[in-house]
Each structure stands twice: as C-alpha cells, then as structure tokens.
Ligand binder design. Sequence first.
Ligand code: COA
Length: 175
Amino acid sequence: MMSSDVLIRLMKEEDIEGVLRVEHDAFSLPWTRGTFVNELRSNQFANYLVAEENGQIVGYCGIWVIVDDAHITNIAVHSSRRGRSIGEALLRHGMSLAQTLGAKQISLEVRVSNETAQGLYDKLGFQPGGIRKKYYTDNLEDALVMWARLEDGGEGDGEDEFFSMEDYFGDRDKL
Ligand SMILES: CC(C)(COP(=O)(O)OP(=O)(O)OC[C@H]1O[C@@H](n2cnc3c(N)ncnc32)[C@H](O)[C@@H]1OP(=O)(O)O)[C@@H](O)C(=O)NCCC(=O)NCCS
C-alpha cells in the first residue's frame, strides 16, 4: 500500500536535482541533467511525472505521447523507497495521462534480465511484444518490448485517481 504522503505530480525543472539522485541510484547508464532539461523544455511529446514524499523526489516516470502512441521512456523509484507501490502509482498515472492525451496504446523497452520491472508491467496489463537485440550499450543486453492497450484504461484495479482533461489542461502544476 502506498503511503498517503506520496504525491504524484508533473515534473518541473526545479525537480531535476531530485530526479537525478533517483536516476543515479537506479541505473548503470544514468541520463544527464542536460537530457532532462531538454526533455522538459524542448520535447513537445514528453511528459514527466514525479513521486514526492515529504518534499523529496523519490521516483519519476517519463512518457512520450505521439498522436495515439505512447512510450514509457523511463521509470525509477529510489532503492530506499521500493516495494511500497510507488512505481505502480507512477505507471498508473502515466498510463492514465497518456490516455487523456489521446494515446490508444503504450509501449516500453525493458532489460530481459529485469524481472522486477517486468513484474510491474505485467501487473498493469503489458504484454511481451518482441525483442530488440543488443539494445543496451553498456553490456549489449537485449531489450524486451512490452505494450498495453489504453482504451479501457489498462488492467488492474488501482485506487489512484485518473487524470481528466481538466486536470491536465487546467493547471499542469497541480497534477
Ligand atoms: C521497477 C521499479 C520502478 C518498481 O518500483 P517499486 O515502487 O519498487 O514497485 P511497486 O512497489 O510499485 O511494485 C509494483 C509491482 O511491481 C512488481 N514488483 C515490484 N518489486 C518486485 C520484485 N522485487 N520482484 C518482482 N516483482 C516486483 C510486483 O508485481 C509489484 O506488485 P505487488 O506489490 O502487487 O507484488 C523499481 O524497482 C526501480 O526503480 N527499479 C530500478 C529502475 C528500473 O529498473 N526501471 C525500469 C526500467 S525499464
């Protein structure tokens, strides 16, 4: 059960420091500050959510939405806060946001060895769709492509609220 102290909201530039802490904790090939700045300032397709607990960024999730296709660019929760449904909440909100923006399906790549993340994606209705050979440049590991339909809001019976058009377009900061 996720603590009620955890807030899922849209990422702002002021959050980059906190997101970088999560990023360096979670990945062997972390994205740089410049990548996040570029995503937030210049990528019209990009939407980033953060999970905030007691004023600290503890996780984030990125989603590109291009017409009716959505793609998860990244999702991570700080290792000290895992196993408390924060990743699930981020992904549910990301899927809901993508659906609100018009996406009909959503995809992602995940390391074939990353059973933890695959467990999360499976729980939210993602299915395996194929393999991208030697996709990861650090160890040439294959990526499993997974995808889910969004028409029915995805699978599962999550308790998180879904985004409405008003939530999204009314005031981005309050998400
Ligand atoms: C993947 C990740 C985001 C999950 O975040 P989390 O907050 O710990 O996950 P949650 O607590 O929300 O768990 C949700 C579901 O994920 C799966 N899951 C979570 N931890 C798991 C584990 N250790 N083993 C297997 N499945 C696991 C389960 O299906 C779980 O549902 P359940 O609690 O009903 O069993 C987190 O482990 C992480 O940041 N990993 C490093 C970065 C990464 O690999 N990102 C994915 C890149 S593609």
